[in-house]
Ligand binder design. Structure first.
Ligand code: ATP
Length: 937
């Protein structure tokens, strides 16, 4: 920096040396003449007492040596080029600009004042831009301005920029009640000034005076006309007083018909015209507003519609007595607003529908969505406007709302697709490239025997039985053959650590470990309304290289269809009945039943009634569904080993059981199937009849009935061809499926999940979702508790027959404990008598056995909670003995409450017919003794 400054000072020194012909400043300055020295002293604003040459030279030498580069530059600049040495802009115009202007003015005649005005006008204009034309033009303008000023003064007017004359004049307003003077502004039409400047001042003045007078005349006429129009007859909107006040307050420059009216007055006038309006004003507009409403999807939106008028226009309508078209204008604006609004809402709705077209969203939900956003916005702004911003906001939120729904739907679709192709849910079975062999034949044809033989010979295998008893039979058969086998049913497990085989009930199939052979017994059960799904699931998912099915011929078509869907090889082996089975020609009377006869009825009541009647002559075994497996087995054993002569049973014996039955008699030809009472189907008759004349026990079998009508129906059904099982067959979700559905539906509600499976699944194969009504009933109970999904599913599968109120309450107690993670103690029944005295006692005992079945079943799923299995098993033995004894003793018979006569179990009343008729005859003293007496007689 310093270097740069020094260099600059040297440059200035050199310049001054040049100027002083090689002399330095101190010497050269002494040669400068006094005038220049004085100017230099003034330029530098030096205050000197004397302006003697030597004093000035001394002062300048001091300044040169003491002051900085700036002062030196000024001095150099002044001496070398004097015009650049101007110290500040405040100084007078540089000589050459003034000279230029003066030079131009020399050519034109002008006064001294005009010269000053011109110099002033160009003071800030650069010299280069100053031309003769501009200077002359300016001079001309100044002269015109001068003349205008004179004219304005003498005429008492002003010229506006349009070259019109503006002036104020006082006019008289003659109103009805009084007169008053008011100064008003008058304006002449535009004046041809260019033309006028050609004239003399006097002439111009004369002309302008005329124009002024004419303007006043016209204005006067205008006022008169105006006053006539508002004065002549009653003004429709304004009172005389209001007119007078408005005119008095009118600003002088206002047009008459534009005379302002106060806001309150406008409001009053509008109300008198029609409805309620709100009126506002801006500087130059009147805004009139009215509340309107619009029904949007059942919600009323309140908003304001407004119109705005320029004040002069509106005032002029009022002054002229013309009704302002506010109502029409507001309605028109409102129609416009509504039309726009509706189109915007319709567009939005369309867009929302398109976005959610894949979802099943009700139109009402879309409406609610729009209302939720639009209503508050309109309430807040009170304007029926649907802004683009709002549209975007609604669509954004709607998008957020449907996003999870769309995702869920996508997942549901994916799930449906997976489940639809049901076979894919069993990947292990699919990998094994299974071979299916169907042992098809009538009952007692050895089809199971032969399948079990193949199973025995296989190194690993499963036997899937329709009943627990048959699983046990299969287990015992395999064990007898020296096979290491485990038994797994819903209630019990007998595990052989070295087992290569498992005999289980079909619902317990393990689809995760593959084996060589799997026998699925009684495949025709696939058409069973409630349990059929277990056979379908097993046929699709059994993980065995060889799957042997046994069943009747009516299942052949369904099995073929399923194998075709699975793409798996099917071999069909036909079996013939081993023993002859003859249909009897005559009904057999109860009194003539031969030993080794099974009598089949279809309800527990009928079985007990038959037992009661037959017990008088024969020893009888009883088998029916409610009995525990142990009791059933014991009763079957007694019959098999000849301890009892007759077996009375429900159709629980229909499947598979091998017993030495020579004759099988149907007690009835109809049954209640859970929904309605109906005739037995040929398949049921043939299956049950097949229990007679089992190969290895008897040579021949006989089938008959107790009464002639039943015999007729049974005979027909016995000979009828079996109709093919109808497709589709039912399939059912496994735990894995349930978990998957739960995850996708984002729910742990087992009722919802099972319902979803049952309702929404469509399958590609010949399938439908199983009938799970009873499971859903249990699921509804389970969902009342806080449990995880796995637990819920297990519980929903539990054998809890909630048609028994006792079992239902037990089930609730169990679930409550599971929910709390607390142990469930098994409380055994207290002292049981030797046998049941009444039917209710027997029913209670059966409920207690079912309670144990439930307890044991749950102990497999929740071993830490249901630990009292030994106690439960012991109690079951006790209860079974008690039930067996009761059945044997027959002491629980139904007797007439009055005379003690033994009644049929199916008898509806508690007193017998004779007691009933006696009581009706009204023997007055209807006390017990009387009846006893008669009975004794
Ligand atoms: N080859 C055989 N050798 C010895 N006994 C046999 C033979 N085949 C079948 N049996 C016996 O014949 C009876 C009926 O056989 P199996 O149970 O296999 O018949 P099924 O066709 O399965 O009849 P259902 O359908 O009624 O069960 C059984 O007691 C069985 O032990």
């Amino acid at each position: 920096m310093a270097k740069k400054k020094k260099k600059y000072l040297i440059k200035l020194n050199n310049k001054i040396r040049n100027y002083f012909n090689g002399l330095p400043f101190d010497e050269g300055i002494a040669n400068v003449d006094d005038d220049k020295l004085i100017e230099l002293i003034m330029l530098l604003e030096l205050n000197l007492d004397s302006h003697e040459h030597d004093d000035m030279v001394r002062a300048l030498r001091r300044v040169w040596s003491e002051e900085g580069a700036g002062t030196r530059e000024l001095i150099v600049s002044y001496l070398t080029q004097s015009h650049k040495a101007v110290h500040t802009s405040k100084r007078s115009a540089p000589l050459d600009k003034v000279e230029k202007i003066m030079h131009i003015l020399d050519e034109v005649e002008h006064s001294r004042e005009e010269e000053n005005q011109i110099l002033d006008a160009f003071i800030n204009v650069k010299s280069a831009k100053i031309t003769q034309e501009k200077v002359v033009g300016k001079l001309h303008y100044l002269r015109m301005k001068g003349r205008l000023a004179i004219l304005e003064k003498s005429l008492e007017v002003e010229f506006n920029s349009l070259n019109e004359m503006e002036f104020y004049h006082s006019f008289i307003f003659s109103l009805k009640a009084f007169d008053f003077n008011k100064l008003l502004q008058c304006t002449t039409p535009p004046l041809p000034l260019d033309e006028m400047w050609e004239m003399s001042d006097e002439k111009i003045l004369e002309k302008l005076k005329k124009i002024k007078e004419e303007t006043i005349r016209v204005r006067t006429e205008e006022i008169e006309q105006f006053l006539r129009s508002v004065n002549e007859k009653e003004h429709p909107f304004l009172t005389d007083e209001q007119i007078a006040t408005a005119l008095k307050r009118m600003p002088p420059e206002s047009e008459l018909y534009h005379a302002p009216l106060p806001l309150e007055l406008i409001e009053e006038i509008l109300h008198s015209i029609s409805e309620k309006y709100d009126v506002f004003e801006s500087a130059d507009h009147l805004i009139i507003e009215k509340e309107k409403f619009h029904d949007l999807f059942g919600t009323t939106l309140f908003y304001d519609t407004s119109v705005s008028y320029e004040k002069p226009l509106f005032y002029s309508l009022i002054w002229r007595g013309v009704e302002p078209p506010v109502k029409e204008d507001i309605n028109r604006v409102n129609d416009d607003l509504l039309a726009h609004f509706k189109v915007a809402i319709d567009d939005l709705l369309d867009e929302m529908k398109e976005l959610s077209s894949k979802l099943d969203i009700e139109e009402e939900t879309l409406h609610e969505f729009i209302i939720r956003f639009v209503e508050p916005q309109i309430r807040a702004s009170h304007t029926l406007k649907f802004k683009e911003k709002s549209r975007r906001r609604i669509l954004f939120h709607f998008g957020e709302y449907i996003k999870p729904l769309l995702e869920k739907q996508k997942r549901e679709e994916l799930l449906a697709k997976t489940i639809r192709d049901f076979k894919n849910l069993y990947p292990l079975a699919r990998e094994l490239k299974r071979k299916i062999i169907f042992h098809v034949g009538p009952t007692n044809s050895g089809k199971t025997y032969s399948a079990l033989k193949a199973l025995t010979e296989a190194s690993t295998g499963y036997y899937l039985a329709p009943l627990r008893l048959l699983a046990l039979e299969g287990y015992e058969n395999l064990k007898r053959e020296g096979v290491h086998v485990s038994l797994i049913t819903g209630e019990e497990e007998i595990i052989d650590e070295e087992s290569t085989h498992i005999s289980s009930t079909i619902e317990m199939m393990n689809n995760a470990v593959d084996v060589d052979v799997c026998v699925i017994d009684e495949i025709q059960m696939i058409s069973d309304r409630d349990r059929g799904w277990a056979w379908a699931n097993a046929l699709i998912g059994a993980p065995a290289k060889k799957v042997i099915l046994t069943g009747s011929v009516n299942a052949l078509h369904a099995v073929e269809a399923l194998c075709e869907y699975l793409g798996e090889e099917l071999e069909v082996i036909h079996f013939e009945r081993k023993n002859e089975l003859k249909m009897m020609k005559h009904p057999v009377s109860m009194k003539k039943i031969e030993p080794q006869t099974a009598v089949v009825a279809f309800s527990r009541r009928d079985v007990l009634s038959l037992k009661q009647q037959l017990s008088e002559r024969y020893s009888v075994s009883v088998v029916y569904g409610n009995l525990s497996p142990e009791v059933r087995r014991e009763e079957a054993r007694r019959f098999r080993e000849g301890e009892s002569q007759i077996l009375v049973s429900t159709d629980a014996i229909a499947m598979g059981l091998n017993l030495p039955i020579k004759t099988l008699l149907f007690a009835k030809d109809n049954k209640f199937d859970g929904l309605r009472r109906r005739e037995l189907l040929p398949t049921e008759v043939q299956q049950i009849a097949g229990r007679a004349g089992r190969y290895g026990f008897e040579e021949k079998g006989y089938v008959g009935a107790l009464d002639p009508n039943a015999l007729d129906t049974i005979t027909k059904a016995f000979h009828a061809p079996l109709p093919d099982i109808e497709l589709p067959v039912s399939v059912m979700a496994s735990l894995e499926h349930v978990m998957l559905i739960g995850e996708i539906l984002e729910t742990e509600n087992i009722t919802t999940i099972l319902g979803f499976f049952a309702d929404n699944m469509e399958f590609d194969g010949p399938f439908m979702a199983a009938n799970i009504d009873s499971m859903l009933e249990i699921a509804a109970i389970v969902d009342e508790y806080e449990l995880d999904l796995k637990t819920r599913f297990y519980l929903a599968c539990a054998p809890a027959s909630i048609s028994s109120p006792y079992i239902e309450s037990v089930f609730h107690r169990y679930i409550k404990q599971i929910e709390a993670g607390k142990k469930v103690l098994y409380i055994p029944p207290r002292d049981l008598p030797a046998f049941a005295q009444t039917n209710d006692m027997l029913l209670n005992a059966e409920d207690r056995v079912r309670e144990i079945s439930l307890y044991l079943w749950l102990s497999f799923k929740f071993p830490d909670i249901f630990e009292d299995t030994d106690k439960a098993l012991q109690a079951r033995v006790r209860l079974n003995n008690y039930i067996e004894n009761s059945l044997r003793q027959g002491h629980f018979t139904k007797k007439c409450r009055k005379c003690g006569k033994v009644l049929d179990f199916s008898y509806r009343f508690s007193i017998c017919d004779s007691c009933h008729s006696l009581s009706k005859r009204g023997s007055g003293s209807s006390h017990r003794g009387g009846y006893r007496g008669r009975r004794r007689r």
